[in-house]
Design a protein around this ligand. Structure first.
Ligand code: MG
Length: 256
């Protein structure tokens, strides 16, 4: 799955990745606006496929190791890799939406978790913590830091609020391929691991359970669930390390 070695991108290549990232972010914002009770995850998948095609881009996930959707749609205790389908969103659900966009051969990968209608206090805190953990990690993506600074920041921010970081699922380098070196764990020690250099591009993606950190594979061989059935959340950016600091290439958090 990994090519071996961290592939740094030139300034020009980062601009090309930013084009893919902007499409990706607009797709995620569009999907978030459609999340409401009564909508099926298949409808979201179809909307994503139409939008990505309208931008002259391709859905990276479709066909990846045989994955049948353009998005991963993972409700409630499902952490990641949910196949979109007949599931009907209900008030109070959490839905994690992960989308990959390939534009001119460059991949952008990012994810959000959204509440469906009104959600309870624990769910709201889980979303706030997981997004804050992503931001804490992304803030460390600067030259001179080490990969472990990202991992440590994500873990520390998550555990401060009493939630559990999943350890068996990790972020990754991204570029021409969706999964490049290095793996980006969501736990670890500051100051450890490869030194970060301008041109490295990382998909940072904390996956957090309300309960314990263990996960299990579902019967379809794709969906991953929290083992204890507790709620899970997933937020992800594609982030470039630049001399000026972290550059979020998938700015779904910004207004269009
Ligand atoms: Mg990813």
């Amino acid at each position: 799955m990994y090519r071996g070695g961290i592939i740094k991108k030139s300034a020009e290549q980062l601009e090309e990745m930013a084009v893919a990232g902007t499409i990706q972010a607009r797709c995620l914002r569009m999907l978030r606006s459609k999340v409401r009770p009564g909508v099926t995850t298949r409808e979201l998948d179809e909307a994503a496929e139409r939008f990505i095609a309208s931008q002259g881009a391709e859905p990276t996930f479709l066909g990846y190791h045989g994955f049948p959707g353009s998005i991963c749609a993972s409700p409630n205790s499902m952490v990641v890799h949910g196949i979109p389908g007949d599931y009907v969103l209900r008030r109070g659900d959490l839905l994690s939406i992960d989308v990959g966009v390939t534009k001119d051969g460059w991949v952008a990968d990012a994810a959000i978790t959204a509440g469906v209608g009104e959600i309870d206090g624990v769910a709201r805190r889980l979303l706030e913590t997981t997004e804050a953990a992503l931001n804490a990690g992304a803030a460390q993506a600067r030259p001179g830091n080490h990969l472990g600074d990202i991992s440590h920041a994500v873990q520390e921010r998550t555990e401060r609020d009493g939630f559990s970081i999943i350890r068996t699922l990790v972020g990754h380098g991204v570029g021409r391929e969706m999964h490049e070196d290095p793996q980006v764990p969501n736990f670890g020690q500051a100051g450890r691991g490869p030194k970060l250099e301008p041109g490295m591009v990382l998909a940072i993606e904390p996956m957090v359970n309300v309960g314990g950190p263990e996960v299990r594979m579902g019967p379809d061989g794709w969906a991953v669930y929290s083992s204890d059935g507790s709620l899970a959340a997933h937020f992800e950016f594609t982030v470039a390390v630049t001399a000026e600091g972290p550059r979020i290439l998938t700015p779904w958090h910004l207004d269009p």
